[in-house]
Design a protein around this ligand. Structure first.
Ligand code: ZN
Length: 110
């Protein structure tokens, strides 16, 4: 049993790199969905719960995202995450943009 726990811990440590591109996409979807439902409750929690673990290849020391195919070293993943975060406006901005768009589109329809 202790061996099993140790193995599980090791694999967890290796896989705990989330794909920054997929996380950003997922985060956007969650924010838009919550905005559409008009619920802000637990939004931060939902965002924090997003996990898109990348698979680690010990031979090439690269992480691979099975979803979008991103292939990068841990350092590159960190760089991409930084860029994605910089590119992303704050969630308040996004929420506002979305509402703005929604109200405009409603007006257009009428
Ligand atoms: Zn990905």
């Amino acid at each position: 049993m202790p061996v099993r726990t140790l193995l599980w811990k090791n694999s967890l440590a290796n896989s705990l790199v989330n794909c920054p591109e997929c996380v950003a996409r997922e985060r956007k979807a969650v924010i838009e969905r919550e905005a559409a439902e008009g619920s802000q409750e637990g939004l931060q929690k939902l965002i924090e719960q997003i996990e898109i673990p990348m698979k680690f290849d010990p031979v090439t020391k690269h992480y691979i995202c099975k979803r979008c195919g991103l292939y990068a070293t841990r350092e590159q993943v960190g760089d991409i995450r930084e860029k994605v975060n910089r590119r992303d406006p704050t969630k308040e901005d996004k929420h506002y943009d979305y509402l703005d768009w929604w109200q405009k589109s409603k007006k257009d329809k009428v």
